[in-house]
Structures are given as C-alpha cells and as structure tokens.
Design a protein around this ligand. Structure first.
Ligand SMILES: [Fe+2]
Ligand SMILES: [Fe+2]
Length: 472
C-alpha cells in the first residue's frame, strides 16, 4: 500500500513526521484499524456523508472543525494537550519530582495495564453500538451517534499511540490485541463487564452514554493527573471530547422524559406505552440497570491496586490538585460503605485503599446532578414522579455487595424477595421487547420518533432540521 501522508491523514501534535520508529508501528497498525472499523464500526452507513467534528489541532480553532465526511475517511488524529514545561508529579511517593516524560522502568507493567484497560473500552463501545444507526430516531441523533463512534475510534488511536511510542514490542502486541477482542464474544471478550453488555436500543444507548461513558470520564480524569506526562496530556485532550458524549446521554434521556411527560399530560395517564412512548417506570428500570453495571467499573471498595497506582504516581484522584490535603494520604482515612450481616454500614478505611470508592462517590454525585435535571423536566410538567439513582449496593457484581441482594432503595432483601420483585427493578424481557418495538428509523429532515422530543438546538449552530447525515 502507499505510504501514509502523516500530516494529512493523521493530524497530530506529537511530531509523527520526525519519528520513524513510531511511523513504522502506526503504518503497520492503521490498515488493521480500518479493517476493524469496516467490520465492527457503524453498520450500513460507511458510505454516507455525516456532518462531523474533526480535531485537527488542540487549540480552540483547530479542535472542532465541522464538515461532511464519510466515516472511513475520518482523520483520526493523535493529540496531546499542550505541555506544561514545569509540570511535577502531584501525588504519591514521587510527589514534587518532575513529571516523567518516559515510562519509569519499575512501573512499566502496571502502566501498560492501565493504558490497555482504558484503551479496550474505546473500540468496545463502537462494537456495542454498531447496529443502532438502523433504528435512529432522527438524523440529528444519528449524527451524534456517529460523532461518538469516530471519537471513540480516536481515543483508541490515542491509547495505541502511547503503547507504540512508549512500550516497545509489548506495546505493539497490545495494540493488535485491542483490535482482536470483541464486545460480548465468549472466547475473546472485552476486558470490563459493562463493555460486554448489549446496547440493543436507543434507550439503552442514551443510558450507556450517561452512565457508562461517564465512568470513562472519571477514569480519564484520574489518569489525566498521572505523573507519566504523555498519559496525562493524552487524557486531558480526550476529556474535551468526552464532554459531548455526556451531553448526548443526558439530553437524550432528558428529551425522552420530556416527550413522555407531554403524552402523560395530553392523555391524562401514566401509561404512555399505548401512545408509543416509554413510561417513566420503564426508564427507572433502565437507570437501575445501567447505573449498577457502571458502578462495578470502579472496582472494589477496598483495593490495594488502587492504592498502588496512587502511591506510584500513576493514577490520581478526580481533581487531585484541587484537593486541600497532603496528596500522599498515608495517614488519612475515608468512609467506605460495607455490608455487615443484613445491614449496610459505613466504616473508616485507610484513604489509600479506598480510592476506588472515592472516585465512585465523585461519579455518583455527578450522575445525581443529571438526574436532578431530568426531574426538573418532570416537575415542570406538574407531574409528581421522581427518577432516582439506585442504591450503590443494588445489582452489583463486584465488591462488597457482589453476593448480597439489595433493593434499589438500599434494603438488604432475602433471596425470596429478590426473586419476587426484581422484575419491578430491572428491565424484563417484556420491557426490552416493548422498547425494541418502538425502534423504527426516522430519517426525514427535522423529523423525530414519537418517543423523543426534538433537541433545544442543533449542532454547531445548524438548525434542528439540518441534513446531519445524507442518506440519499
Ligand atoms: Fe472514549
Ligand atoms: Fe466517550
């Protein structure tokens, strides 16, 4: 194949043109990536023009260029946030030392694992979402789906850049393996549980963006604090893109809530299924499901791995540098929720081993703010219903609650009560079949599926009825 024109095909600010070794590694990887994208990327739309944002540099003018592009021609670039020449390691045993520009030898294996675990989620979500385009509720939503998909593809490039540039042969092998695992595959699944779940419909998709992608935001924010400067700078730039993914999730659910409330008022009923929309009770079940599987992504409440990542200076806390403490945490404690027999209690644990729980707390608070905004929509329709996050012990597979049965409101329940009631708490086959029955594509300009309200405004100043994807 022809040599790649790096500046043109792979926009970057990592000096790719001058780095022959890295060029060779990426030259070898790129056709495999494109093959993966063809096989596992958005099904049925690869030849269509979509109105997408491409990052071509990290400054304000260059990181958000909008225009029509066919997804296989998307210019997946490699961008790191601008360097801070005096940057220090801000926490752990190396606090105060200059940030590492190369991988510290003693932490090589741990750091590679952190990069691979993050990297694995990026292609996984593209795989999970690959059939959604066929049932899009509008061209606007279709475009947002594709925007997220290409950006998750770019996030994969970002992690592969780190592996290829800093981890030698092992890094290149890991880069290949990232294209070989498959979401939900029994033999070669993705690394983390939530990334092997199905995303079969748009309700699940918006919930995924709100809950599961938000875990990504919190993991990236912690890695953005890393003493390994290339990882920090990579994650800082990824976070700018992640903001749009959060927006899609929150406003997607918000628009569904709005539409449901409109129909509840119009027909004076809670049962909007008869009117072709999704009732709030069903949305609550989806919240319970997606929130609980996403809480598992933060890992065990008490974790020596988390303590080690911190002490080594590899992974910090959310907004580490804003926290007013010693950033070493050797003597500090942190309240951790635990199960004592049939009751849920809080106990103080050493802060270092509690870092997963602490990040989960930051995450839950952020989720709650989104739920509050949905509840505002409900309230503004004069409807007396509140959506709620489930208790953190509900439906967990990892950590202190993995073996317990906990109701969404935080009661430890018997096996018998769980069996009798879990269908009230989690989506049933019947619920999923109903949601699936609504998933008919709506692709006329300015048209929206009956179960979702139009957005308040379009993308990049374009009108809501803009031709966001050209299907003809
Ligand atoms: Fe991502
Ligand atoms: Fe994302």
């Amino acid at each position: 194949m022809a040599a790649i024109d790096y500046l043109e095909r792979i926009p970057n600010n990592v000096g790719l043109a001058e780095n022959r070794r890295l060029q060779r590694a990426l030259e070898d990887w790129q056709p495999k990536f494109l093959q993966w994208w063809t096989d596992m990327g958005p099904d049925g739309f690869q030849a269509r023009d979509a109105y997408l944002r491409t990052a071509i540099s990290v400054d304000a003018q260059g990181w958000a260029k909008f225009g029509y592009v066919k997804m296989p021609d998307y210019r997946w670039g490699i961008f790191l946030a601008e360097p801070d020449a005096d940057r220090r390691i801000n926490f752990g045993d190396h606090k105060g030392d200059p940030a590492w520009q190369d991988v510290p030898g003693e932490y090589r294996g741990v750091l590679r694992r952190l990069v691979v675990t993050q990297g694995d989620t990026e292609p996984a979500s593209v795989e999970q979402q690959r059939h959604l385009g066929r049932t899009c509720p509008s061209l606007y939503d279709l475009r947002n789906l594709f925007q997220i998909n290409v950006e998750e593809g770019r996030h994969l490039w970002a992690m592969v850049y780190l592996l290829d540039a800093y981890f030698g042969r092992d890094g290149r092998e890991e880069s290949e393996a990232l294209l070989e695992r498959r979401s939900g595959d029994a033999d070669k699944p993705r690394i983390l549980g939530a990334f092997n779940e199905k995303t079969p419909d748009w309700l699940s998709y918006f919930m995924f963006c709100f809950f599961t992608d938000r875990d990504g935001k919190y993991q990236l924010a912690s890695l953005a604090e890393s003493g390994f400067d290339p990882l920090s700078r990579t994650c800082r730039f990824m976070l700018t893109e992640e903001a749009h993914h959060m927006f899609v999730g929150e406003t997607g659910i918000g628009r569904m809530v709005q539409r449901t409330c409109e129909l509840m008022r119009e027909h004076k009923t809670d049962d909007v299924r008869r009117h072709g929309a999704i009732d709030l009770a069903t949305m609550q079940k989806y919240i319970n499901f997606h929130c609980s599987v996403s809480l598992d992504l933060f890992g065990s409440e008490v974790s020596t791995n988390a303590a080690n990542f911190y002490t080594m200076g590899l992974k910090g806390r959310f907004e580490e540098t804003k926290k007013p403490d010693d950033h070493r945490l050797k003597d500090a404690t942190y309240p951790v929720v635990e199960l004592v027999g049939d009751t849920i209690a809080t106990r103080e644990e050493p802060a270092l081993v509690s870092l997963n729980e602490r990040l989960r707390d930051d995450y839950v608070a952020d989720c709650q703010r989104g739920v509050n905004r949905w509840n505002q929509v409900i309230k503004s329709h004069g409807i007396d219903v509140e959506l709620r996050l489930p208790h953190r012990g509900f439906h967990r597979a990892i950590g202190a609650f993995a073996d317990a049965k906990v109701s969404p409101d935080g009661r430890v329940v018997s096996e018998a009560e769980w069996d009798a009631r879990h269908q009230e708490w989690l989506p049933t086959e019947h619920d999923r079949a109903f949601v699936a029955s609504l998933m008919e594509p709506v692709t006329g300009r300015g048209q929206f599926a009956n179960w979702i309200a139009p957005p308040a405004r379009g993308i990049n100043g374009q009108p809501v009825d803009f031709e966001y994807v050209r299907l003809a």
